[in-house]
Write a protein that binds this ligand. Structure first.
Ligand code: IMP
Ligand code: MG
Length: 180
């Protein structure tokens, strides 16, 4: 049973993802001037992106992960954020780059940013693979963005629908009948 049959159209293909991640990694390495960097991934959606991005950054990189929940299994934000797993590492005085799969309402991001800011990192920036570019309630703009996307539900390369499709190597839009 191929999961590709559930896709109506491909938005961003593997080559485009690869090329963009390489560019982001080079820019990040340059911006931090070779300083050690802590990549903080928001589970689980950021995993494929973070894994590829880390390999595109030619500088000392550590990784840590946090799990939050804002969506449940629906395609609409439920308007609250819950911490399911906190970081293992201490963030104080470190250069932290928060890696997110997608910014939709910006609720998840602003919550996690507030939390990390309280822990006094040396610097705190955001790298989001996709940005739905809504007028975010809190005027959030990622320091690094992979691609702007329209306001439609997308899956693949970490992004799920009911926990599935994270393993698609591209970003696509599901056939409408899948939601029913
Ligand atoms: P926000 O808090 O509304 O910005 O939502 C962020 C989180 O919602 C992301 O980390 C995703 O897990 C999920 N999400 C938002 N939009 C999509 C989408 O189009 N496809 C899959 N997951 C999404
Ligand atoms: Mg999700």
């Amino acid at each position: 049973m191929s999961i590709r049959n559930d896709i109506e159209r491909v938005l961003i293909n593997e080559q485009q993802l690869h090329d963009r991640v390489i560019t982001l990694g080079e820019r990040i390495a340059q911006d931090y001037g070779g300083r050690p960097l802590l990549l903080v991934g928001v589970l689980k959606g950021a995993v494929p992106f973070l894994a590829d991005l880390a390999r595109a950054i030619d500088a000392p990189v550590e990784m840590d992960f946090m799990a939050v929940s804002s969506y449940g299994n629906s395609t609409h934000s439920q308007g609250y954020v819950r911490i399911l797993k906190d970081l293992d590492d201490i963030v104080i005085d470190r250069d932290v780059l928060l890696v997110e799969d997608i910014i939709d309402t910006g609720l998840t991001l602003s919550y996690v940013l507030d939390l990390l800011r309280q822990r006094a990192p040396a610097s705190l920036r955001v790298c989001a693979l996709l940005d739905k570019q809504k007028v975010h309630a809190k005027h959030l703009h990622p320091d690094y963005t992979g691609f702007p996307v329209e306001d439609e539900f997308v899956v693949g390369y970490g992004l799920d629908y009911a926990q599935r499709y994270r393993n698609l190597p591209f970003i696509g839009v599901l056939k409408p009948e899948i939601y029913r």
